[in-house]
Design a protein around this ligand. Sequence first.
Ligand SMILES: [Zn+2]
Length: 136
Amino acid sequence: MEDAVTAVTRYLVIKRLAGDTITILAIKEYLVDGLSPSTIGHKYRISKFRVRGYVQRVIDKARSHYIASSIVKAVFPYIMSIDPAILRVGERYICLLCDAQLRATQVEQHLKRKHKDVINQIVHQIINKLRKEKPS
Ligand SMILES: [Zn+2]
């Protein structure tokens, strides 16, 4: 099984590549900044249940609220510095890595299936940077 840092980083990398920055911000504002799900939901016009759902996915991967917060806090700046790979054009989504045209529901699956190597490379780069930051 993947370790917590890798699992959480991979989850956030895929969201960022997919252009789903709102999910990343919602997770960070809850776990790191301590905002309430209703405050975050109101800000990004999503339900507080959806905010809780996103956060729960990350906590499940980290297997602890505290570890999830620490990981998200550490990786957040690196995640935000990644360029999204998906461009939204009206109702369509274009993959900038291979020019495929996708529907919203296909975006994450496309990245996971077709660009697994890109995802793995970015995840490993971020984890290497974290190791240099905080030698264990
Ligand atoms: Zn593609």
